[in-house]
Design a protein around this ligand. Structure first.
Ligand code: HEM
Length: 301
């Protein structure tokens, strides 16, 4: 059998595939919930007691497609591990991050089962969504490391960040924290709202308007902080050179997401708009992570 080998460029493609499949399964997973197909397959890992694969009605078919897509995701992260080991020069950082993806996907398979077996308990749903965000962060880091430190022999070199303005560095961290908080409070809105997976699903005992208020206030504070960061960075030449693009991207997606959030809330949470809101929440989080990553990016000579 031919030996498995890979170039750094080839590995970058593998990392991109893992990233894309992990993002896609968040969207297909949200469509399961939004079409009320959460218990389309009432059993796990089999779809039903009598069938492993069942597409006899639309709910079962939607849930089934999502479960089968898990196979694609699993294959992409296992491939990342196998090929990261084959990379030369050795890249322990890429091996560790690829293993992290496999562990995360395994955790998601188990959590997905817990969601079904607990009858769509909102807290297991929240855990399922938040672990997805952790996985996306891991996949993002894998991509960045694969892209930038292709020729490094060992782990990421820890050199001083180029930005020396401590207030700006602190604000970047605060924006990251507030974005994470917006994501968490968003899952609580979902847990207390109508889109739980099916009409009989248990809800968090919190009025949806209270949850939405907490969520939107977190978002407003986050966006105002990002605007302050934007204005402060403009006055610092080094920071502006590094952060201008990541900040512009973050603010553009953040404001768009905020707008969609309000529109969906005041228009009775239409399924399509909520699906876009879920997909964009991943982009907003990755935007904040990108900001943080760029602020810490070591100088490469
Ligand atoms: C940066 C901006 C925002 C981010 C990152 C964000 C993130 C999220 C997340 C992660 C969820 C949960 C998705 C899930 O559990 O599947 C969510 C749900 C929700 N968000 Fe936001 N959100 C933002 C802005 C807003 C704003 C300004 C509003 C206005 C009230 C809003 C209203 C909602 C509502 C109503 C839901 C529940 C949707 C459902 O029924 O599933 N969001 N958001």
């Amino acid at each position: 059998m031919r030996k498995l080998s890979i170039t750094p460029k080839g590995f970058l493609r593998v990392a991109q595939t893992a990233f894309a499949s992990l993002y896609l399964i968040i969207i297909t997973g949200s469509l399961v919930r939004l079409t009320g197909s959460g218990l389309g397959c009432a059993d796990w890992p089999r779809c039903s007691e009598s069938k492993f694969v069942d597409v006899s009605n639309s709910h079962a078919a939607i849930e089934q497609v999502n479960r089968l897509f898990t196979g694609v995701v699993a294959a992409s992260v296992i491939l990342a591990v196998l090929l990261s080991v084959k990379l030369r020069p050795k890249r322990r950082d890429l091996v560790a991050m690829s293993i992290g993806l496999v562990i995360g996907v395994l955790a998601q398979v188990l959590l997905g089962g817990l969601v079904v077996l607990t009858g769509l308990n909102p807290f297991s749903n929240i855990a399922h969504f938040l672990v997805s965000m952790v996985l996306m962060s891991n996949a993002y880091m894998l991509l960045q490391h694969a892209r930038i430190f292709r020729t490094e022999e060992t782990v990421l070199p820890r050199r001083e960040p180029e930005i020396s303005n401590s207030k700006i560095l602190l604000l970047v961290r605060i924006v990251l924290f507030l974005t994470g908080s917006a994501v968490v409070t968003g899952t609580v809105v979902t847990g207390s709202g109508p889109h739980a997976g099916d009409e009989n699903a248990i809800r968090i005992r919190l009025a949806i308007n209270t949850a939405a208020k907490i969520h939107s206030i977190t978002v407003i504070i986050c966006l105002i902080t990002a605007l302050v960061l934007f204005l402060m960075s403009r006055r610092d030449q080094v920071s502006w050179r590094i952060l201008a693009h990541p900040l512009e991207r973050f603010l553009a997606i953040g404001f768009l997401q905020g707008l969609i959030g309000y529109v969906q809330y005041f228009s009775g949470l239409p399924v399509l708009l909520v699906a876009v809101h879920v997909a964009l929440s991943v982009a907003v989080w990755l935007g904040a992570l990108d900001l943080y990553w760029n602020s810490k990016l070591p100088k490469i000579s």
